[in-house]
Design a protein around this ligand. Sequence first.
Ligand SMILES: C[S@@+](CC[C@H](N)C(=O)[O-])C[C@H]1O[C@@H](n2cnc3c(N)ncnc32)[C@H](O)[C@@H]1O
Length: 267
Amino acid sequence: MPPSKDQITAANKASWDEAAERHRSHDQYARLLAGFARPGFSVLDATLTGRLQSLGLADKAVAQLCCNNARELLSVKNLGAASLTGFDFSEAFLDQGRELAAAGGIAAELVRTEIAKIPASYDGRFDIAMVTIGVLGWMPDLAEFFATARRLLKPGGHLVIYESHPILNMYDDRDKRLPPVADESYFRQEPYRSDNGLDYWRNEDYASTAFFWTFHKMSDVVMGVLRAGFAIEDFEELPHDVGNHSHLENQPQQLPLSYVMVGRREG
Ligand SMILES: C[S@@+](CC[C@H](N)C(=O)[O-])C[C@H]1O[C@@H](n2cnc3c(N)ncnc32)[C@H](O)[C@@H]1O
């Protein structure tokens, strides 16, 4: 029998907590600590920076759902946001976020919570809710996820999604063959179970607790955003990689590797 939503969430939380120490001991974490100590430091690329700037960041309250160590959220502060709030269920990753914030002297509220259980006291408080790189597949229930994003936003507030393209679910990101060989159906229904680790910084296997990744088609995301009560103002599929598939860039038969979508809360 497939695992329930609660079983998936509990399993994934254990795996993320387990992965946190691996990230803390990685060079990249030291580089982030050094980076945030420099004024104006940002890990955001031109695509996300441009979309956020086009919404205007001055005086804006920004939330990030599944903020991990908050490296992206803290970068938004350096682009001029008024306040920052990150939500994630892994206290171990949020602790790293607090260290990065301290290194940069950046004020940010980092809240440990499952996304679906974000307290109602945060409802309607944000101008922008960000969802970036490697989030939607952790959500077994997209309708619930987008409903949460909607309730956090003020009327007219914006949801900004910048994600790996779901077509990449068909390819094992440890398999660097070219042209790529698909080993999964784009339309897979059962959550994908793995116990090979989720340290995407080292991109190497390790024996981990089991975790589950849910395939959501591009149409599931588009329709999920619309059905949750957003108007889609911008949606673009992109040829560049935002995760661990950079070997698939610049191919003669180029796959879409990422996408950006901006929705405005209606009502
Ligand atoms: C791939 S990471 C996001 C990485 C981030 N975008 C970056 O590039 O640094 C996904 C995050 O989602 C969090 N997460 C997964 N499922 C969650 C849930 N149900 N509630 C809250 N956080 C969750 C994990 O703890 C993890 O920090």
